[in-house]
Design a binder for this molecule. Structure first.
Ligand code: AR6
Length: 175
């Protein structure tokens, strides 16, 4: 999708390989690493990332914090903590939207022009991807329209995630 010199893509791939200004990490409140995309980002970035994360003293659900990218091709990592899915009546939608918005806010503050997102909360945190995808897409398109970020990529790690995002994109009101 291209609009007003801005671009949004949904791809199948590995976020640690993306050559963008910042990649987003789906972290946990300790910011001290974990499995899934968090583990992959720490493994690819090297120990400097964990050292910097230790100084951040954690992060609340729906918030985001920035570090450098160390051995990653990306200059920065934006760590955000998605909500754990508890059935949808515990504010999950608003917290998930807040993750994407906070990432754009930090991007804007730090001169980041290109950003790659993983599918926040839809792995270990159990958020149904069919419900998460339209929220993610809406906030990413809003972020592109309202900040200086000009390129956003949703990096899906498997086919079912990719299909859910493509279908949410096709069925959405944004084009
Ligand atoms: N590139 C892109 N996406 C990936 C990659 C990768 N290299 N690896 C996994 N994914 P998850 P969450 C996808 O579980 O649900 C961690 O332990 C994965 O297929 O990584 O927010 C943290 O420390 C899924 O689609 O994050 C937290 O404790 C998506 O990334 C907890 O998991 C998110 O899955 C956070 O859970």
């Amino acid at each position: 999708m291209i609009f007003e010199d801005k671009s949004f893509s949904i791809i199948l791939g590995d976020i640690t390989k993306q050559r963008v200004d910042a990649i987003v990490n789906a972290a946990n409140p300790t910011l001290l690493g974990g499995g899934g995309v968090d583990g992959a980002i720490h493994a690819a970035a090297g120990p400097g990332l964990l050292e910097e994360c230790r100084k951040l003293k954690g992060c609340q659900t729906g918030q985001a914090k920035l570090t450098r990218g160390y051995n990653l091709p990306a200059k920065y990592v934006i760590h955000t903590v998605g909500p754990i899915w508890k059935g949808g009546k515990s504010g999950e939608q608003e917290l998930l939207a807040s993750c994407y918005r906070e990432c754009f806010r930090l991007a804007e503050q730090n001169g980041i022009r290109s950003i790659a997102f993983p599918s926040i909360s839809t792995g270990a945190y159990g958020y149904p991807v069919e419900k998460a995808a339209p929220i993610a897409i809406k906030e990413i398109i809003t972020g592109l329209k309202t900040t200086a970020v000009n390129k956003a990529i949703m990096v899906c790690f498997n086919n079912s995630t990719y299909n859910a995002y493509m279908s949410a994109y096709k069925n959405g009101p944004w084009h």
